[in-house]
Ligand binder design. Structure first.
Ligand SMILES: [Zn+2]
Length: 1151
């Protein structure tokens, strides 16, 4: 006998051995089950089966697993084969045997293989064929077949031997009879569909249509909802047969989509049918035909000729597309691979953690950065001779040279080169007088007026709109003379004049913002398409709204509603307008008068296409990062021609991230020109019905296997014919950054603050990357003061390496304004430190509206190990500058790179710690001997106490391999900066502290920038001694005002979303169903059957309830009819004296 034959033969001995031991389970290997040849064998076999069932029922699954380990499955299988092969099988034995086999096999992952080896697979199928009419035997066989199908080859074997047909024909149209067996049949059928061959065979035999008919029939006739389980299982079969593309196509062509849509709509009206709705929705999502994005190319509309290349080269991911044959299983695998163990990514190589690599360039190249430390060379003559401010910066020549060297591209802006050089020297000479600067601005502004192609698009639209309305209602908005001017002038020049007048009348006084200066600066900004139009909000300015904006609770089942609307597109194609109303690449496009108008051909804008879908619904397609075909997430566009108070649905259909804070209370931001003109220049969080889910779109050329996600939101515009701007997050343009630096420069008293703007380098597109020095001027030119100045530690801050992370720029704005302010803490910080700030590491990306990369289609924050001087100049020179500081013994005390985080709430830091990395990775390296300064925790600890948005618990200090080329890790490892951080700010809001439940606005982001400065007080001992109590009171260090919830940062960012974002999952399981309870209720049917007349009306009725209403799993109920059970318990009791350690309590064996 297969398995483990015991030393003793004979059933009695077997039973005794099973029981007569202090640990009866230790003796399973001695169980011997004889083939059933005579009556005695029958009795003893029954007895053993009975005892086994008793034993297994008494405890947890652990006992069954023990039995399996000891060869229990093999033993049961060989009894089955021996009994089943006999000429006249003994059903008294077979039925309980099959029941037990199903129970055990269900828990044995190798049961299918074992069954194949013993020949039990086809035997069971034959038993089923012969007993198809005998419902209880049929059910038992079906369960065993279901269990065997855990092995693909067993399932294939059954499929090859017509098992699928036999079983499919056991599934009838709606009936109230034999539900139990029907259920077993559908489950077995579903289980057989684990193999690709069986799925293909089912599709080719046209069973999808059959399954749909069955589902329809049961749906329409099961009006009392007593067979929900059967309906659910039919959906499960449909899920399985649509795993591959032919299945999905057949499902669609057989009208599956329409059927599911309508049945679901009916089910939605009933109570208690939730278990049918979710699988139906998932099935529809999965089967919606893949639709290529309506684009001619997946490549960005913006291409940039890289230096040294003959033509623009698209990013390389030309893997051929196999998706037609790919099943969704592959997607699931892919996702699993993506979420691979976090700990695997940790750097455990001590050398890579501790050794400092060599310079990535010759030492001789470092002195070129000397001029970026003006505080070291400046002689501060003006401190003594208070009269003439310094005329020329000591380094301006070098900068001019730099500029010329780094501007290889001739653009339409070239004629402005003179101005640009002027501006450069203006900005670089920190002590230049205010009057001087403003004169230059005026000149530039005047130039601007003559530039016919440079207009503030939205201002014009806004004015015209206002004006048009004014013709009807004279009382509002603009004054009459403006109208006159507009009518008289006609061309662009008067518009600008009018904008100036508008500004005068309606412009808000926005701190640190000057619209005219913004416009002047923007003329210098070089973009790939050559933007000639300003986005109104950046030009006009923004002040945060007065009130906090809470996160919006997710509307229940919102995603389901949106999916239904998407399904309707396929069902009612005639209702779909499908009209392109905006195309970034086709300016000649005429749009219908009653549709919304879109526009995004401006700095940071990135709408590629807008398609009118239904009357108030638009699909929006984002432009991929320049020179690239991916990374879409950030958006910024203008919309106009709207009707007030109508719900417009917008669908951004080519988002790429697999989840989004839009599922957790975040809203996009909106800016209304009309509102701004009425004195409310606010970006506000707007939008209802927001959700983010995977959709049915695929790339236009199908070359890349990409899943797209829809961000959908609905906007009710407040005004008719307004001009509004919508964005992923509060925009912050490169021009805004430059204008802001100029405003700041003018704002400081040059006798107190040394504020110097210099040019780090020019970008690929020829934009200038500023580096700012901020520190306090020395009290005098006395040696002591000059010495103190020249020995101040450096703090290096950078931001916006990722263009889509505009939040980082707002935080930086807060930092810069604070450092230039007259605040006491700011004053102290300036006296203690020299700040070196590079506020925008990726100007070209920001300008061209990319989300992640620069024009080289590279993530610049992965280039730090060996940055290319030509292709990644900002990183190359920032690193060079840091090397330089190192080389002159001025290694920064703190380095921080500001970022935005799209999947988490709050603000937090990532730092670097060897010890924490090794601990977390479980590395065997002995960390006891390792010395590490714990000072890297000081700043985050301080921030936790003083910054309301900050969450210490979200911080970590782990060095990941995947982040080895980021600023944080490289500056830490190569420059030896202990306090090297990435600061991540949420796009959404906070889930702790006083901002809990609120979305962050620009006020909170700027505040974070201020608090970061405050926290720097904690890293200097001098500072503590000097200002200790006074300052810490000032910044609230002593008050622990916050209550931070602890949460583990290794956990997922958010709890699983209430609705599935993905749809590749299998059919959602029905709670409370399991094989054991099915088997146990089959035994109850057996009792019925024996008392009555077969499984007839009575039996079925009896068990209707137990099928319609979900049963609880109950292992304790037994395989055997009560009479047999009692008898065998009697035997056991008789044997009791011989047994030790086994007791019988209330008819159950206990050990
Ligand atoms: Zn980032």
């Amino acid at each position: 006998m297969k398995g483990s034959p015991g030393p003793e033969q004979g059933s009695e001995a077997g039973v005794e051995n099973t029981l007569c031991n202090s640990n009866p389970f230790g003796q399973f290997r001695y169980i011997t089950l004889p083939g059933v040849k005579n009556e005695g064998d029958v009795a003893s076999t029954l007895n053993i089966l009975n005892v086994l069932d008793e034993l297994l029922s008494a405890g947890s699954d652990r006992r069954i697993h023990y039995l399996i380990n000891k060869g229990g499955s093999e033993a049961l299988l060989s009894v089955l084969v021996n009994t089943g092969l006999s000429f006249c099988p003994n059903y008294t034995v077979l039925l309980p045997l099959l029941h037990l086999l199903a129970k055990v096999g269900h828990r044995d992952s190798r049961i299918g293989l074992k069954a194949e080896e013993t020949g039990a697979v086809l035997l069971t199928l034959n038993l089923l064929k012969h007993n198809a009419k005998h419902v209880k035997m049929a059910a038992a066989c079906l369960w065993v077949i279901q269990v065997f199908s855990s092995s693909v080859s067993a399932a294939n074997l059954i499929g090859e031997n017509h098992g699928l047909d036999v079983i499919f024909h056991l599934i009838p149209q709606y009936t109230t009879k034999n539900l139990h067996t029907i259920k077993a049949a559908i489950n077995a059928f579903a289980a057989l569909l684990c193999s690709k061959a069986n799925v293909c065979s089912v599709i080719s035999k046209g069973y999808i249509s059959g399954l749909l008919q069955l589902y329809d029939d049961w749906h329409s006739k099961d009006t009392q909802h007593t067979a929900i389980e059967i309906r659910h299982m039919l959906l499960r079969c449909l899920h399985k047969v649509t795993h591959n593309n032919p299945g999905r196509q057949d499902f669609i062509s057989q009208g599956g989509l329409r059927l599911l849509y309508h049945t679901t709509q009916t089910n939605l009206l009933m109570k208690g049918l939730e278990s049918l709705i979710e699988p139906s929705v998932q099935l529809m999502r999965k089967c919606l035909p893949k639709t290529p994005l309506p684009l001619t190319s997946d490549q960005s509309a913006y291409t940039f000729l890289l230096p040294g290349r003959a033509h623009a080269i698209p990013d390389v991911d030309i893997a051929p597309d196999n998706s037609s044959e790919e099943s969704d299983d592959d997607d699931a695998e892919k996702q699993q691979a993506e979420s691979k163990d976090y700990d695997d990514d940790l750097e455990t190589d001590l050398n890579r953690l501790c050794l400092r690599p060599d310079l990535d360039r010759p030492l001789e190249l470092l002195p070129q950065y000397g001029h970026l430390c003006p505080e070291l060379s400046h002689d501060f003559k003006e401190l003594n001779l208070s009269s003439a401010p310094e005329e020329s910066s000591p380094s301006s020549d070098e900068e001019a040279l730099l500029l010329n060297t780094f501007s290889p591209h001739s653009t339409r802006m070239d004629r402005k080169k003179g101005d640009s050089n002027n501006e450069l020297s203006t900005s670089s000479s920190g002590s230049q007088s205010d009057t001087d600067t403003s004169t230059k601005e005026n000149t530039t502004a005047a130039d601007q007026l003559e530039t016919p192609d440079f207009l503030c698009h939205s201002s014009i639209l806004g004015c015209r709109t206002t004006e048009r309305e004014l013709r009807g209602e004279a009382a509002q908005g603009l004054k009459e003379n403006e109208q006159v001017e507009e009518q008289d002038g006609g061309e662009e020049l008067p518009h600008c004049t009018m904008i100036d007048k508008l500004l005068k009348r309606h412009g808000a006084c926005i701190p640190h913002h000057e619209p005219q200066l913004y416009r002047a600066v923007a003329t210098q900004t070089k973009s790939i398409p050559g933007f000639s139009i300003l986005p109104f909000p950046d030009f006009w300015g923004h002040v945060p709204p007065a009130r906090h904006e809470p996160m919006v609770p997710r509307k229940p089942n919102i995603q389901r509603e949106k999916v239904f609307e998407d399904v309707q597109r396929f069902l009612n194609t005639a209702d779909i307008i499908n009209q392109v109303v905006y195309d970034l690449e086709d300016s000649s496009l005429q749009c219908l008068s009653d549709s919304l108008r879109f526009f995004s051909n401006f700095e940071c804008g990135n709408l590629r296409k807008a398609v009118h879908i239904r009357r108030y619904e638009y699909d929006l397609i984002l432009n991929a990062d320049a020179n690239c075909s991916q990374h879409t997430q950030w958006f910024y566009f203008e919309v106009s021609n709207m009707v007030a108070d109508v719900p417009y649905r917008f669908n951004v259909i080519n988002c790429e991230k697999s989840n989004s804070q839009f599922n957790y209370g975040m809203q996009p931001v909106l800016y209304s020109v009309r509102e701004a003109l009425e004195g409310r220049p606010h970006w506000t969080r707007t939008g209802t019905e927001i959700c983010y889910f995977r959709n049915h779109f695929c790339p236009a050329q199908g070359r890349r296997k990409t899943n797209f996600y829809t961000l959908t939101f609905t906007i009710n515009f407040k005004h008719n014919e307004d001009v509004c701007y919508l964005a992923y997050h509060y925009p912050y343009t490169y021009s805004a950054m430059k204008a802001h630096l100029n405003v700041l420069q003018k704002s400081v008293d040059p006798a107190i603050v040394l504020f110097r703007q210099q040019i780090l380098c020019s970008t690929l597109a020829g934009n200038l990357c500023p580096v700012v020095t901020i520190t306090a001027c020395p009290a005098s030119r006395a040696w002591k003061d000059m010495h103190q100045l020249r020995n101040r530690p450096c703090i290096v801050l950078t931001s916006r390496v990722h263009p889509g992370e505009s939040n980082a720029s707002w935080v930086m704005k807060g930092t810069l304004e604070f450092l230039c302010s007259s605040d006491l803490v700011a004053q102290c910080l300036r006296e203690a430190f020299v700040f070196k700030i590079i506020p925008m590491l990726n100007p070209d990306g920001v300008i061209n509206g990319t989300n992640r990369c620069d024009l080289n289609s590279q993530d610049l924050n992965r280039q730090w190990c060996k940055p290319d001087p030509i292709l990644s100049p900002t990183i190359y020179h920032t690193k060079g500058f840091l090397y330089y500081l190192n080389s002159i013994g001025r290694t920064p005390l703190v380095f921080c790179d500001y970022h935005g985080h799209s999947r988490k709430k709050n603000v937090f830091l990532y730092g670097c710690s060897v010890k924490e990395t090794l601990w977390q990775s479980g590395s065997a390296v002995d960390t006891l001997g390792l010395k590490e300064d714990p000072g890297y925790r000081t700043i985050p600890k301080t921030l936790d106490r003083i910054a309301p948005a900050f969450s210490f618990n979200s911080c970590n200090y782990l060095v990941e391999k995947s982040r080895s080329a980021t600023a944080r890790v490289v500056v830490w490892r190569e420059m030896g900066v202990l306090r090297s951080y990435t600061m991540e700010s949420t796009y959404n809001g906070c889930d702790q502290g006083i901002y809990k439940g609120l979305q962050t606005g620009t006020r909170e982001l700027q505040e974070m920038g201020v608090k970061f400065c405050h926290s720097l007080l904690s890293v200097t001992k001098d500072m503590k001694a000097l200002y200790g109590r006074r300052l810490s009171n000032h910044i609230g260090l002593d008050h622990n005002i916050l209550d931070h919830n602890t949460h583990n940062f290794f956990e997922d960012d958010e709890p699983p979303c209430v609705e599935e974002i993905e749809y590749s999952t299998n059919c959602p399981t029905l709670k409370g169903t399991d094989l054991d309870s099915d088997i146990n209720s089959n035994i109850a049917i057996v009792d019925e059957d024996e008392d009555g007349n077969g499984i007839g009306q009575t039996g079925a009725k009896q068990h209707q309830g137990s099928i319609g209403v979900l049963q609880q799993s109950n292992m304790k109920s037994c395989l055997f009819p009560d009479s047999i059970r009692q008898a065998s318990i009697k035997t056991l009791i008789e044997n009791r004296n011989k047994c030790q350690g086994v007791g019988i309590v209330n008819g159950q064996i206990t050990s």
